[in-house]
Design a protein. Structure first.
Length: 115
């Protein structure tokens, strides 16, 4: 089993930036696809974006041009850099790792965008 730990959430004003990290245990990280999701109470969890083991990245339209996903396989870590944050970006952010039949989630980190 892979353990994922997100960090970096917090409170930021509209227009500000935050960087999230997702650190994974285990040796399969470099062969996995990692996604960032977010969820607000009462709504379904939404895919924000993902990065494959080959480095291909996709984003949901609402964050394109503002959010950037990257990975460092030497540190078993995926990053989500969030710029130009908006109140509607407020959510609990989760990372998800998929490798073969393995599907693991982190515990989530709260991001609040408010003045």
């Amino acid at each position: 089993q892979v353990q994922l730990v997100e960090s970096g959430g917090g409170l930021v004003k509209p227009g500000g930036s935050l960087g999230l990290s997702c650190a994974a245990s285990g040796s399969i990280f470099s062969s996995s696809t990692v996604g960032w999701y977010r969820q607000v109470p009462g709504k379904q969890r939404e895919l924000v974006g993902s990065i494959t083991r080959g480095g291909s990245i996709n984003y949901v339209d609402s964050v394109k041009g503002r959010f950037t996903i990257s990975r460092d396989n030497t540190k078993n870590t995926v990053y989500l850099q969030m710029n130009s944050l908006k109140p509607k970006d407020t959510a609990v952010y989760y990372c998800n790792l998929i490798s073969g039949s393995l599907d693991s989630w982190g515990q989530g980190t709260q991001v609040t965008v408010s003045s």
